[in-house]
Design a binder for this molecule. Structure first.
Ligand code: SAT
Ligand code: MN
Length: 589
């Protein structure tokens, strides 16, 4: 890639990929309609249209998209961070020498858009008036990706103007290729602000604004420039007196992050306002507080399990068509009324078509919607969007929540002793895997800060970066760890989850405002159970005990696993974290 301006850069890509047409996406309403028309009438995936219009009376202005059957999740084993030195990518990333990766990708991209249209998408990550936003361009040969980008980011004029003739923009090159799982690569070159992605149309692989730029490239930039790009929700909790407390929350994919971002408090007088459900960019403000913005403008959420019972605000969002269309990807279809359906939505319709377009056989043991089927919807459609969403400065953060999915070992909630201890606790997070990444579900994987799949550099350096914020923040947010997913011996959840999780947020707010004291344990500071508002929940005392139990045997295994994880990073792991691990080992044995 030579050092050329915008148009010349596009021309280079045209020369390489040889599309039959170039479409300049401007993100306007009319443009979106045109793109959707192309997806309904012209472009095909496996000989099927890219978009099928759904019933407006059920979900207004919504479209069904079915992916290639092999292309349903992120492919982490084919995702690489190609920094010049392998050690800088760290054991948390796949690595290839950048020149080798580029040569391989250039061969794949050579002529790959013949007979296809190249969409050119200039977009902003972050607010147009923010000094922290980044301007980017993605090229793609997928109209599904083009429409998704218009929902998920600020596409068009402002981005185009910001780029002008310069070469100063983050570059993304994407092609569906042949959708061949053997020729599917997501290659990051953080030191060059470049991503090349080939062979997949799935969100996290193909919407390069998402995990590729907002997290992998941005975390690398944040390390160099003194800020953080995190896999976090941003919410504001308003108490009955109108006081607002802003939280960040990091959870691995498909652990209830979107549900928490749109939670409906079960307690009268409280409101939760959403700013983001997936990604937060965090800077230290002039006043020494941490400020967070969401660089995206949409939700790309997991459909199964979403219903009026579990997440009414998301259902309202999906039913609202004020701003942009809603995409449903790999959900099932109720063929009687042409509306989307997924497990957990409600009663199963009689005539159901599965996510691959075949009549659903309920005896097959398979789900009708793919477990990682998704909706793509504008955050502006959400009835609980925070009025600060478009504040270019972001919102001041008082609490940071780290969550995981574990059936045992990890208590319902605790607070760290201080900032360093919070970094330690989040560096040892381990979560059971889910369907969002195409690996085996249900095995424990270390996933510090829910960032292992998304940190664009060596995670030991990332921990050091986090620790260093201590010297720059004057008003320290409190750090909390949660696990909503503990089960009893019969496999029943011990905690009701969903909206009831707000009760834990309420305790956090009481801690932040120094209203309640708490109990020091080897694992951190745990609630005095009298301070948890559990009224009307009917949780057995024994189960409550289990939710805060420290099981020595389980912790022995846990620490063995953490030691193995840390060992991969050798001497690069900050000494503060090693000391905390040693102390934890002594304290729980
Ligand atoms: O990676 S995606 O953004 O496609 C979904 C997720 O895992 O959060
Ligand atoms: Mn995510």
């Amino acid at each position: 890639m030579t050092n050329v301006g915008y148009i010349d850069w596009i021309l280079e890509q045209v020369k390489l990929t040889k599309p039959s047409a170039v479409y300049w996406v401007d993100g306007s309403r009319e443009d979106l309609e045109r793109l959707i028309g192309i997806g309904m009438n012209t472009e095909k995936i496996d000989n099927n249209p890219v978009f099928v219009k759904l019933n407006d009376d059920v979900f207004p202005n919504s479209l069904l998209h079915r992916s290639h059957p092999s292309d349903v999740a992120r492919t982490e084993h084919l995702t690489y961070v190609c920094l010049p030195k392998k050690e800088d990518a760290g054991p948390n990333n796949n690595w290839m020498p950048p020149e080798e990766a580029k040569e391989m990708m250039s061969k794949l991209f050579n002529g790959c858009m013949q007979g296809r249209t190249m969409y050119v998408i200039p977009y902003l990550l972050g607010h147009p008036d923010s000094p922290h936003s980044k301007v980017c361009v993605q090229i793609t040969d997928s109209v599904y990706v083009a429409v998704s980008m218009c929902i998920m980011t600020r596409v068009g004029k402002e981005a185009r103007e910001r780029i002008g003739d310069s070469n100063n923009f983050v570059k993304g090159i994407h092609s569906l290729g042949e959708l061949d799982p053997q020729r599917r690569w997501i290659m990051h070159f953080p030191h060059e602000n470049l991503v090349m992605s080939f062979g997949s149309g799935y969100g996290g692989n193909a919407l390069l604004s998402k995990k590729c730029f907002s997290l992998r490239i941005a975390s690398y930039l944040g390390h160099a420039e003194g800020w953080l790009a995190e896999h976090m929700i941003i919410i504001g909790v308003e108490d009955p007196a109108g006081n607002m407390t802003y939280f960040l929350g990091a959870f691995p994919s498909a652990c209830g992050k979107t549900n928490l971002a749109l939670i409906t408090p079960p307690m009268a007088g409280y409101k939760v306002h959403v700013l983001g459900d997936d990604i937060a960019w965090i800077h230290v403000g002039d006043d020494g507080r941490l400020y967070a913005v969401n660089p995206e403008t949409g939700f790309f959420g997991v459909a199964p399990g979403t219903s009026y019972k579990t997440n009414p605000k998301m259902m309202d969002t999906l039913k609202n068509d004020r701003f942009q269309p809603t995409l449903f990807t790999n959900v099932a279809l109720d063929s009687d009324n042409n509306s989307p359906w997924w497990e957990g939505l409600g009663e199963r319709p009689k005539n159901l078509v599965d996510w691959q377009g075949n009549p659903y056989d309920s005896t097959s043991g398979k789900t009708a919607a793919h477990p990682n089927s998704r909706f793509t919807v504008s955050i502006y459609n959400c009835p609980t969007i925070s009025k600060e969403f478009d504040n270019p400065v972001g919102v001041p953060i008082s609490g940071i929540i780290f969550g995981i999915r574990r059936t045992n070992t990890i208590p319902l909630v605790r607070e760290s002793f201080d900032w360093d201890h919070g970094v330690f606790l989040s560096s040892i997070m381990g979560s059971e895997t889910t369907a969002a990444a195409s690996s085996q579900s249900g095995i424990v994987r270390r996933d510090p800060m829910a960032m292992v799949p998304f940190c664009g550099y060596n995670m030991a350096d990332y921990f050091r970066h986090w620790l260093e914020f201590k010297t720059r923040i004057k008003h320290m947010p409190k750090i909390f760890m949660v696990n909503w997913f503990m089960k009893d011996d019969k496999g029943n959840f011990l905690w009701p989850g969903f909206g009831e999780n707000f009760r834990i947020l309420k305790w956090m707010m009481d801690r932040i405002s120094n209203k309640v004291s708490a109990v020091e344990t080897p694992l951190g500071v745990m609630p005095d159970l009298n301070d948890l508002d559990l009224s009307g929940l009917n949780i057995k005392e024994e189960n409550l005990g289990r939710l805060f139990e420290i099981n020595k045997e389980e912790w022995k295994n846990e620490i063995d696993d953490i030691e193995k994880f840390y060992a991969q990073f050798g001497e690069r792991i900050p000494v503060e974290l090693k000391n905390y691990l040693k102390k934890l080992k002594d304290d729980v044995s």
